[in-house]
Ligand binder design. Sequence first.
Ligand code: ADP
Ligand code: MG
Length: 353
Amino acid sequence: MINMARKKETEEISETSEESEDVLEDIKISELENAPVSENFKIEDISGIGAATIKKLRDAGYTDAMGIATSNPTTLAEICEMGEPTAAKIIQAVRSKLKMDFVTGMDFLEKMKNVKKITTSSKALDALIGGGVESQAITEAYGAYGSGKSQLAFQLAVNVQLPEDQGGLNGMVVWVDTEATFRPSRIIQLAKAKGLDPEKTLQNIKVARAFSADHQVLLVERIPELFAKGFNIKLVIIDSLTSIFRSEYVGRGTLAERQQKLNKHIHDLQRLADRYNIAIYVTNQVMSRPDIFFGDPTAAVGGHILGHASTYRLYLRHSKGEKRVARLVDSPSMPEGEAAFNITEDGLSDIES
Ligand code: ADP
Ligand code: MG
């Protein structure tokens, strides 16, 4: 990882010294508006932008127009070495091309009716987050090592396979493993505890190991292919969302780029959640080197961007023995609060009173 990060830094230095060949300041909004209108609008469709800029955009993680549309001029200008007015023009043009329409409150309500919930196996924890881990949303658990973030992932990966009347969605799982902590043996234990066939349960989990931030982003970009093949995926797990980003982008020099790439990645996840009515569960480590990052030293990696994107943020901490405490932070619709639960060999459970 350290080597990768160094390599990246060297590349950045050599890129910075290159002059941009594109005459970006000459771009006219009217030219940009000739691009086709579609959700699949690509950055290559932006006329007036040359190959060098497209490369810069791609290298910075802007692999689709939505990434640009959700960016801001300052970041885009910095990453692509262009003037801020040009960056603003590009963003504006891309936004106008994308279907970023308003929906009515009624449409919104209709969509919310389709929200499904996956039980965590703890009634207390389910209640804290409004009945379980929701579809059309990102649920983020952050906390220290051993706080139970991955254990909740294992539990959800099994529970989502249960029938609806048992708190599941009869669905399959995509598990992006960035820390090599996925354990089939743990799935087998939890499946047995739920009366599920352990082999079938494992077969319903598509695990992919991510080796770099770009690889992680790519894996998520390819999830629609699984839907196209007919897999009934109801849950996507990224364990952990931020660890690779964190080790690849060391130091403040690359912070903007890291945040931008992470922003795009989270946006991809949010779009998956909406488009396929699936639940997204991501884990996030708390910072151990607060000097590297800004703000509250107990805050999660990724800062504000992640904070705004996840619909449910849970701060997990290890209490005594098997006991864990989850605190709901920044929920749009649920009050802040805490829930305690146990993690045992059989998985998550409520604490007997
Ligand atoms: P992290 O938040 O770092 O992902 P984990 O979710 O991996 O942490 O939690 C690890 C903890 O979960 C262990 O320290 C242990 O307390 C508990 N745990 C893991 N497997 C079992 C098991 N089979 N039986 C009981 N407890 C377990
Ligand atoms: Mg873990």
